[in-house]
Structure formats: structure tokens, C-alpha cells
Design a protein. Structure first.
Length: 269
């Protein structure tokens, strides 16, 4: 399991791993490439291809362990890594069940903006901006961080979801020194790779079981609802958690539906 985007394994995915382990599963929470304690240079880079491969590499590792039944491996992806998890499930037939929690379609939101508000001209302008930054980075020999990271303090005028992210990453609730969202920002040019690579292009071909979990009040809820429409077969489920925001499903163990997740995996692994 991995996620959220910009988080490390000591945050939400570690909580999920510990909780599922307490329920009898062998679990592995990992930092995506170029982040946390995983390797890769330059740091703070995200990629739809590499981060999808991260899940398959985790499956590779699990298949080498004597304690693991290689025919009964499932994955949990949180936030953007919910989308990466679905992409992996479409590719890697060794994955027998996938849970995507509070899922983001990072390709869609990068290319189209929130609620698909960007048009083709805005998208082209973004490409121009990001490629100009690549030129500056090449000439300087360093990579500039994105200006879209969380602020060091809130003014009160931010959208509610930014306030929610701040409350998780920038306070004692979820802060971690290795977390990108707690301490900095992704590299500015990371967004380029998501513009041309739709993550969920083959989601409709996933034959293994899928459970999508999203908060009723999450700004990102439409990502799971639309992804669910792409899925086929009778082993797919969308679960909306009443009154929950996007970040509530990071760590609020009182509302995260661990009972349902446990039943789902036991039925499908």
C-alpha cells in the first residue's frame, strides 16, 4: 500500500498497513520512488509510469517471501496512489483485489484542472510554462520546486480542501519530516508527465475485484464516481463514507471503513 501523494509510509499508508496487519494480513507500506526513504534522483519527482511500476515492484518483493501466498496479493492506494493502484491493477494480473481510498485521477486533474475547468488553451499555456521551467532548470543545473505546495501558514481565504490538507500535513496530526507535503513541494516540472498519460485508460479491463472508498464531502469525490463508471464486471463496488472529507480517510480510524476493507480482501484474495 502507498499514498497519499506527497506523503511517506509513516503517515496514512503506515496506519493502514498497521491496522490491516492487526486484522491478520501481511502488509507492506512503501515510499514511492524519489520520495521518503526510497531511492531515485532527482528527489520529489512523480510519474504515472514509475509510480505504477512501484506497486508492481512491491508485488515482486512480496512474491519472494516464504510467508506470502503469491496468488493472494492485493493492494491499497490512497489519494493519487488510488489512481496509480487502479492503473496497476489494469496491468498486473497478479493483483487479485484493489482498494482505492479517497482516490485522485492525477492525469485528469493535471490536464483538466479541478472539475474539468481547464480548456485546451489553458492546457497549452501550462505546457509552455512547464517547458520554460525545464529550460531554466537545464541551464541552472538544479530543479525548481513547484509553487503549488502547501503554505507555511493559512490566511483563511484558502479553499476548504487546502485547509484540510494543511491540518493534516502541517500540524502534529500528520506532520513528518520526510513528507513532501509537510516540508516542501514536488518539482515544478513533474506535472508534465501527467499531461499526456491518462492513468485510467484501461480501467474498464480490470478483471480482479475493486473497492472504491470515498468521503461524501470530499472535493475529490467525483474522481471515484467517474472511475467506478469505467469499471466492468460484478466484483466492483463504490462505498461513500457519510460526512467524510478527503483527508478524513487518511487517519480517522473511527470512520475509515476497515471492517468493509477486511471483508473485501478476505472475500477476494
Amino acid at each position: 500500500m502507498s499514498g497519499p501523494f506527497g506523503a511517506v509510509k509513516e503517515q496514512a499508508s503506515g496506519l493502514y498497513a498497521q491496522t490491516m496487519a492487526e486484522r491478520g494480513f501481511l502488509t507492506l507500506a512503501f515510499d514511492p520512488s524519489y520520495t521518503g526513504e526510497s531511492s531515485g534522483e532527482p528527489r520529489h519527482v512523480a510519474s504515472p509510469d514509475i509510480n505504477t511500476e512501484d506497486f508492481s515492484a512491491a508485488v515482486d518483493f512480496l512474491t519472494t517471501l516464504d510467508a506470502v501466498d503469491a496468488e493472494r496479493i492485493g493492494i491499497i492506494g490512497i489519494c493519487v496512489f488510488g489512481g496509480m493502484g487502479l492503473n496497476t491493477a489494469a496491468m498486473d494480473t497478479r493483483i487479485k483485489a484493489t482498494v482505492a481510498v479517497t482516490m485522485y485521477d492525477m492525469s485528469r486533474v493535471t490536464a483538466n484542472g479541478y472539475f474539468d475547468a481547464m480548456d485546451v488553451e489553458a492546457r497549452y499555456a501550462l505546457r509552455q510554462q512547464l517547458n520554460a521551467q525545464r529550460t531554466r532548470d537545464a541551464r541552472s543545473g538544479s530543479i525548481a520546486p513547484s509553487a503549488a505546495g502547501l503554505p507555511e501558514a493559512l490566511t483563511g481565504d484558502e479553499p476548504q480542501f487546502v485547509k484540510d490538507y494543511f491540518d493534516y500535513y502541517k500540524t502534529r496530526r500528520g506532520f513528518h519530516p520526510r513528507s513532501i507535503n509537510s516540508n516542501g513541494a514536488w518539482n515544478a516540472t513533474s506535472a508534465l508527465s501527467f499531461l499526456n498519460m491518462p492513468l485510467l485508460a484501461y480501467a474498464g479491463e480490470i478483471r480482479s475485484a475493486v473497492l472504491l472508498v470515498h468521503g461524501e464531502k470530499a472535493h475529490s469525490r467525483y474522481f471515484s464516481e467517474d472511475a467506478f463508471k469505467k469499471l466492468s464486471g460484478n466484483n466492483k463496488e463504490l462505498m461513500i463514507v457519510p460526512r467524510a472529507s478527503h483527508t478524513d480517510l487518511y487517519d480517522r480510524v473511527d470512520i475509515i471503513p476497515f471492517d468493509r476493507i477486511e471483508v473485501f480482501f478476505k472475500a477476494n484474495l
